[in-house]
Design a protein around this ligand. Structure first.
Ligand SMILES: O=C(O)[C@H](O)[C@@H](O)[C@H](O)[C@H](O)COP(=O)(O)O
Length: 221
């Protein structure tokens, strides 16, 4: 990893930890929503060693691949291996899968259970793909319009560009947060973000759904 990306991960971890500490002054419990993929690993590792009352922190995912938690593609596995460690080990993690065979079968149960978390989230940390997707709001997904419009907390998603079915927090639920961060790296994603900032069709670049509210963009080359 480049020094710039390591510094970015550290700075994002410090900002997220400070946001959680600030909300913990007035709230008994707080919620952190994180994204999966490959970018967050260094951020997770830097956040895990931050000093704060992690036993009062709920953590869940912005989205999940509908796979077993032992699968290398599992975002829950990524969180358990890199974030629920060190000081952050005592946080409460809410995974976005059930024993059901498909997200369509599990989504209603998860929609009920997810309400037990400390909404509105103190922090949502979004990633972004080269196609402008964020969470599992994919431009080529049949469920994109539903996920952009639904008031449900979670939506089951299938998309040709991804090997597994997915479940995602809806845009509405992702918007229900006090702070939003976008964590991206590299020139390709910088160019996609630049396009997203200049256009308005959210169906082509779903990250646009989060460009009309304050968004702290953490980018490094
Ligand atoms: O489940 C996921 O894949 C993530 O939640 C997804 O939205 C991710 O943030 C982007 O795909 C970027 O992924 P990378 O960090 O691997 O580029």
């Amino acid at each position: 990893m480049s020094e710039a990306r390591r510094q970015l991960a550290e700075q994002l971890a410090e900002a997220v930890a400070e946001a959680l500490r600030s909300d913990l002054v007035t709230r008994q419990r707080v919620l952190l929503v994180v994204s999966g993929g490959s970018t967050p690993v260094a951020f997770f590792q830097a956040l895990a060693v931050q000093q704060l009352p992690w036993e009062r922190v709920d953590i869940t995912l912005a989205d999940e691949r509908w796979v077993s938690e032992v699968d290398s593609d599992s975002n829950a596995r990524l969180v358990r291996e890199h974030l629920l460690q060190a000081q952050a080990e005592s946080a409460t993690f809410f995974a976005l899968t059930t024993a059901d065979g498909t997200p369509e079968e599990g989504v209603d149960t998860l929609c009920q259970q997810v309400e037990t978390l400390a909404w509105p989230a103190s922090v949502v940390v979004l990633g972004m793909g080269a196609d402008g997707h964020t969470a599992s709001l994919f431009p080529d997904s049949r469920e994109l319009e539903l996920a952009l419009a639904s008031d449900d907390a979670l939506v089951a998603v299938r998309t040709p560009s991804q090997p597994q079915p997915r479940i995602t927090l809806s845009a509405a639920r992702l918007h229900q947060a006090r702070r939003h961060f976008l964590h991206i790296t590299g020139e390709d994603k910088r160019q996609v973000l630049a396009r997203a900032l200049t256009g308005d069709d959210v169906r082509k670049l779903p990250i646009r759904a989060f460009l009309s509210c304050p968004l702290a963009i953490y980018w490094a080359p």
